[in-house]
Design a protein around this ligand. Structure first.
Ligand code: RIB
Ligand code: CA
Length: 308
């Protein structure tokens, strides 16, 4: 049984990724720690609690940071909808998170089981960076750190020409985590737009599954889907779910291990990945960057979760 700790800024694609982990027979989700990102912290906490309840689980949900390390939060509600879950009328309020701070839970869970916990990061890295600064020893104790973030080796940005939202929203946190020495595996937005697009055919196949979880996954994505179709894409993409697929089954991924830094500051460099593609200008390689993840395998894992 693999042990996952999931850090999330729970909006629609995070929720689908959480469903994939909660419903996978070989994964035990220790806890969800929530960070502000797609939506404000309180809404992200409610979205996470709703998703856990929908899956019929008792997984504890902890509130983490409400702000980036050094900046004011800028959300992605223009993409995901005001509630982050497609504004489709779900009752995303009134649930109570577990007592405790998300950053402390990250530290305590990893140090409590050295070498056994995979940290899956689905949002800005504010909680994870704070945990590394509070307890650097987690960098040696964590088994794997799978991060949905960045733009891969060559990918485009989605919040600026060169930057992906999770790294852009809190670039200082992304820089701290990238330089931390943890066993990092990046699944960038490039992988999402090449291997995780919900085409009309896949959308219809999801609806045909007919289960409450499949219906949920389709309904909460409607805001992102509308945005994607209006901007010339073949459908909404699923960045957090394909990162979760890699966390669940890394065996089918193609990887490049390179030196990566994340730039901070403002303007066009904010949150941009500086990747030493030549392997001799940037220093020791520190990140396994996923350069390909088979689309069919990803959708098999996703549909398996939806069928539960
Ligand atoms: O850039 C994609 C990332 O930003 C995903 O994690 C999505 O949920 C948003 O947080
Ligand atoms: Ca996310």
């Amino acid at each position: 049984m693999r042990r996952f700790l999931i850090d999330t800024d729970t909006a629609s694609d995070d929720a689908v990724a959480i469903v994939m982990a909660l419903q996978h027979p070989d994964v035990h989700v220790e806890a969800l720690t929530v960070v502000a990102g797609n939506v404000g912290l309180d809404q992200a906490v409610q979205n996470a609690l709703y998703t856990v309840e929908l899956c019929g689980k008792e997984t504890p949900v902890y509130a983490g940071r409400a702000q980036p390390i050094m900046r004011t939060l800028e959300t992605a509600q223009s993409i995901h909808g005001h509630d982050g879950m497609g504004d489709c009328g779900l009752p995303l309020h009134g649930r109570t998170p577990a007592t405790g701070r998300g950053v402390d839970v990250i530290v305590d869970t990893i140090l409590g089981s050295p070498g056994e916990v995979t940290l899956v990061c689905l949002g800005p890295l504010s909680n994870v960076a704070a945990a590394v600064l509070r307890a650097p020893e987690i960098t040696e104790a964590v088994e794997r750190v799978v991060i949905m973030g960045g733009t891969g080796v060559h990918g485009p940005g989605n919040v600026s020409a060169m930057a992906e939202f999770n790294f852009w929203a809190d670039p200082e946190a992304a820089a701290i985590v990238t330089a931390s020495g943890m066993p990092l595996e990046f699944v960038g937005w490039d992988i999402s737009i090449t291997s995780a697009i919900v085409t009309q055919e896949r959308h219809d196949a999801m609806l045909a599954i007919g289960t409450p979880l499949a219906r949920f996954g389709v309904d909460i994505a409607q805001a992102v889907r509308r945005f994607a179709l209006e901007h010339g894409m073949e459908g909404d993409d699923l960045p957090d779910p394909i990162a979760m697929a890699h966390a669940i089954d890394p065996s089918v991924a193609e990887i490049s291990r390179l030196n990566v830094k994340v730039m901070f500051g403002d303007g066009g460099q904010r949150g941009v990945m500086e990747v030493d593609r030549m392997g001799f200008v940037g220093g020791e390689p520190n990140v396994d960057i996923v350069t390909h993840y088979p689309s069919d395998h990803f959708f098999e894992l996703l549909f398996d979760a939806y069928r539960t």
